[in-house]
Design a protein around this ligand. Structure first.
Ligand SMILES: *Cc1c(COP(=O)(O)O)cnc(C)c1O
Length: 358
């Protein structure tokens, strides 16, 4: 069997140990004599599984007692609508547009209330983030929405603005990549297919006091309070995706938890940025302070070589390096499941390619 070095931005590489475990128990899971996909989502075995996944997820992220963890449908894009429907009340919300995804969230939210920009990095090509001092956050906003890792721009920020307004964070491409302080957020959400499993399941971590304010039009499956009451089983959940996320959580715990992930991820990203900065052939446009550990973008000095780079990198076993069409160039996504060995192989290839074409 041959597996490529996979730098896909999402759906993305999964840990091999997770895939092997899923394969091994595919036909008969947990002595059920059936796969986890073929049993009731309300049965004893599946309930025990999801209780266990939530407990391990809470342990991994040190989720405080006054937060609920929901496992929902509809991806992060579903949450672009669910967040305002649940949290905006009669009021207002502010959005930080720091990249493609922040902008999409901002646009979707417009349907549900008075939505204003806290900051907008578009005129700078989403390569930097304005100082928090210059952000405008309305005191009476119901929440401030941010995107801590912009998957397309390859831009990331760790620090949070000082505000009494609850912070809502789309962590689709950064959750589980390092420790975070959940208590600093009102709500965190993430689609699983970047760093926590396969497409189809979306995790929402929400503080108690933000529940039960949903607009009356909120579809039941997007209503956090209703989903909380039903343990995220208001309708048939994405059972296999949920199970697979559980395997990923177990794997992260076994690998040493989020501290260990953070150390590894930082090392992988620094290596690649170093190789880019060292060369006059490759370039990364992002302000150094805000470079993403998860999605490393780079352009070639001569963009006419882009297709040659992609062709030769694939021949060398390095896949999915094409940058997003809105940015061009290349993007290497270095999620938890991407090994240091894969990064080394990419850097070695980049050096060879440069020697050949510089
Ligand atoms: C991938 C991604 C999304 C979109 O996720 P879907 O599950 O396809 O809706 C939203 N936000 C961020 C930060 C992402 O990386």
């Amino acid at each position: 069997m041959h597996r490529i070095y996979n730098f896909s931005a999402g759906p993305a590489a999964l840990p091999e140990a997770v895939l092997c475990k899923a394969r091994d128990e595919l036909l008969a899971w947990n002595q059920e004599g059936a796969s986890v996909m073929e049993i009731s989502h309300r049965g004893k075995a599946f309930n025990a599984l999801t209780d266990n996944i939530e407990a391990n997820f809470r342990k991994l992220l040190k989720v405080p007692q006054d937060y609920h963890v929901l496992f929902l449908h509809g991806g992060a894009t579903g949450q672009f609508a669910a967040v305002p429907m649940n949290l905006i009340g009669q009021g207002k919300a502010d959005y930080a547009v720091t990249g493609h995804w922040g902008k999409k969230a901002y646009k979707e939210a417009q349907k549900y209330g008075d939505i204003a920009l806290a900051t907008n990095g578009e005129s700078q090509g989403f390569t930097t983030i304005d100082d928090f001092d210059s952000w405008s956050i309305r005191k009476d906003a119901s929440y401030l929405h941010i995107t801590p890792n912009e998957t397309i721009a390859g831009l990331e920020f760790d620090a949070l603005p000082q505000t009494s307004v609850p912070i809502v964070a789309d962590m689709s491409s950064t959750l589980l990549s390092r420790p975070i302080e959940v208590e600093k957020y009102g709500l965190i959400y993430a689609g699983a297919q970047k760093n926590m499993g396969q497409a189809g399941i979306t995790v929402v971590i929400v503080r108690d006091d933000l529940l039960s304010k949903a607009l009356p039009i909120t579809p039941s499956i997007f209503d956090y309070q209703k989903q909380k009451e039903e343990q995220s089983k208001l309708n048939t959940p994405a059972t296999f995706a949920w199970y697979l996320s559980g395997l990923v959580v177990d794997w992260v715990l076994a690998e040493g938890g989020l501290e260990a992930m953070g150390v590894k991820n930082q090392a992988k990203a620094e290596k690649l940025y170093h190789a880019i900065d060292e060369s006059h052939f490759y370039h990364n446009p992002v302000d150094k302070q805000y470079r993403s550990w998860m999605n490393v973008i780079f352009t070639l000095k001569n963009s006419e070589l882009d297709s040659q780079f992609l062709k030769e990198s694939e021949a060398a076993g390095l896949y999915a390096l094409k940058g997003h069409r809105s940015v061009g160039g290349m993007r290497a996504s270095l999620y938890n499941a991407v090994s240091e060995e894969a990064v080394d192989a990419l850097i070695a290839f980049m050096k060879q390619f440069e020697q050949k074409y510089a």
